[in-house]
Design a protein around this ligand. Structure first.
Ligand code: CO
Length: 465
């Protein structure tokens, strides 16, 4: 029992959850020096959807962002989120790409890599864990938390024990939907503490309005680290608010003793930024509400808004409730996958097809076919036999490690984009998002690209805004 540690997520998950990952590096730098002084355990700044968003929407090189942030944060560990063998993309990559990606992430400034697999298949996080350790990073293995008749504490504890054996330096319970209940969290953390010796971190979302209590019970049960977001971009579908969580622990042995005045100065900065995002229409007040539907349908906040946009583009928004009800049925048919990328998209699209076409599994997204074929890894429980037949007929299911089917890719990829390469990392951007990366490379060649590092004056430590 000791002081709880805090991972601040405002530079990654918070803006991914609330403003579609649109925070620019230029919006981060002016507050970097203050954030760096707080004494956070770590700052989550990279990975997840930030990589895609930099290239696709912000005309930024994600690698350059990482280097600039590394320079700005001299004292605080930088953390990223990685989807195991999927890296930051939506399919499995060959081991050589995974190893190179991890190596370059660490070289450019990442200290802690949180690694998860949507199916909790340990074979899909093995290469990234090994590479993280090989290149001197902290490998945090994350459990994708969900509930189902088979996802219980015994299942999670067994998984965590296996992750620790694989070399995980810490374990995260990753509750992307905000469905981990306070007393369940308490039991789970107690159970984990008995079986594993590495630190335990809790990551949840405020979506259903419950995460603050979940954090408190988890902390009392011995959780070492919690993920929070500074209040201007906290709560709603984001993390519990940093300032409130810290204040809640006053008078307890868990209180992290963080300078509240410094925190409030940071709050001021992000409040202004939030007003700007509101004005620009980036922040929809809807995502700030408590949405209890996630408790019933287990649909994470991001997936709810995706479903809405999918349905409205088909002119079928009136089918929303029906689709919401179809999601858990599809999930059951497919062996209860946790609804996290890429399974959330797969299950969501299948549910939309099932409802709109008026016949279940008449049309099936390619990804869902590959999932049933075993190409994403082992399902928690087998896909229902009649559903499997409907989706892939008599085709055989692959039971090995999916990445074993892939040949090394880096050499070929490098050749394909040789005319654009300005740094080793470019081949990785291209591996993950081929079209989007090439568009960015062209933009960069036209010399339109520059992050304004003048915002950070290293000598005088003064920051505009
Ligand atoms: Co999250």
């Amino acid at each position: 029992m000791g002081k709880v540690k805090i991972t601040e997520t405002i530079l990654r998950d918070a803006h991914q959850s609330l403003i579609a990952t649109r925070m620019k590096t230029e919006d981060m730098l002016p507050i970097a020096e203050k954030l760096d002084r707080v004494g956070f355990h770590s700052l989550e700044v990279w990975g997840g959807a930030t990589f895609d968003s930099c290239l696709r929407f912000l005309n930024e090189d994600p690698w350059e962002r990482l280097r600039v942030l590394r320079k700005a944060f001299k004292n605080t560990k930088l953390q990223m989120l990685l989807r195991g063998q999927n890296l930051l993309g939506y399919k499995h990559y060959a081991d050589d790409v995974v190893e190179e990606f991890v190596k370059k992430s660490i070289e450019n400034g990442i200290d802690i890599i949180r690694i998860f697999d949507a199916l909790n298949d340990p074979r899909n996080i093995k290469t990234s864990i090994e590479a993280t350790k090989k290149y001197g990073g902290h490998a945090q293995a994350a459990i994708s938390y969900t509930t189902s008749p088979v996802h219980n504490n015994d299942y999670y504890i067994k998984l965590a024990v296996e992750m620790e054996k694989m070399g995980a330096d810490s374990i995260c319970i990753k509750d992307m939907s905000g469905i981990l209940m306070p007393y369940e969290a308490e039991k789970l953390v107690r159970g984990l503490k008995k079986k594993i010796s590495v630190p335990i971190q809790i990551h949840s979302h405020f979506t259903s309005g419950i995460a603050n209590q979940t954090y408190m019970k988890a902390i009392e049960a011995g959780a070492d680290i919690i993920d929070t977001a500074m209040s201007p971009l906290g709560m709603g579908t984001s993390q519990p608010a940093t300032e409130s969580m810290i204040a809640s622990l006053q008078g307890s042995p868990y209180y992290p003793d963080i300078d509240m005045n410094l925190l409030l100065e940071i709050t001021d900065y992000f409040s202004k930024l939030r007003d700007k995002y509101m004005k620009e229409g980036l922040l929809n007040p809807k995502v700030l509400n408590v949405d209890v539907r996630t408790l019933k349908y287990q649909v994470p906040g991001g997936m709810l808004s995706n479903l809405v946009s999918q349905l409205s583009s088909q002119g079928a928004l009136d089918k929303f409730e029906e689709v919401l009800k179809e999601v858990p049925r599809v999930r059951e048919d497919l062996g209860y996958p946790p609804l996290v990328t890429p399974m959330s998209q797969m299950v969501g699209t299948t549910a939309v097809f099932n409802v709109i076409l008026g016949e279940r599994y008449k049309m099936i997204p390619n990804e869902a076919k590959n999932y049933v074929k075993g190409l994403y890894g082992k399902t928690t429980v087998p896909v229902k036999e009649e559903i499997k037949k409907k989706i892939i007929g008599d085709e055989e299911v692959f039971t090995g490690r999916p990445a074993d089917l892939l040949q090394p890719e880096l050499g070929k990829l490098r050749e394909e984009i040789s005319e654009y390469i300005e740094q080793d990392e470019d081949v990785l951007s291209y591996a993950l998002f081929p079209q989007v990366a090439v568009d960015f490379f062209k933009y960069r060649q036209a010399e339109k690209y520059k992050i304004d590092t003048n915002l950070v004056d290293e000598e005088s430590k003064t920051y505009p805004i």
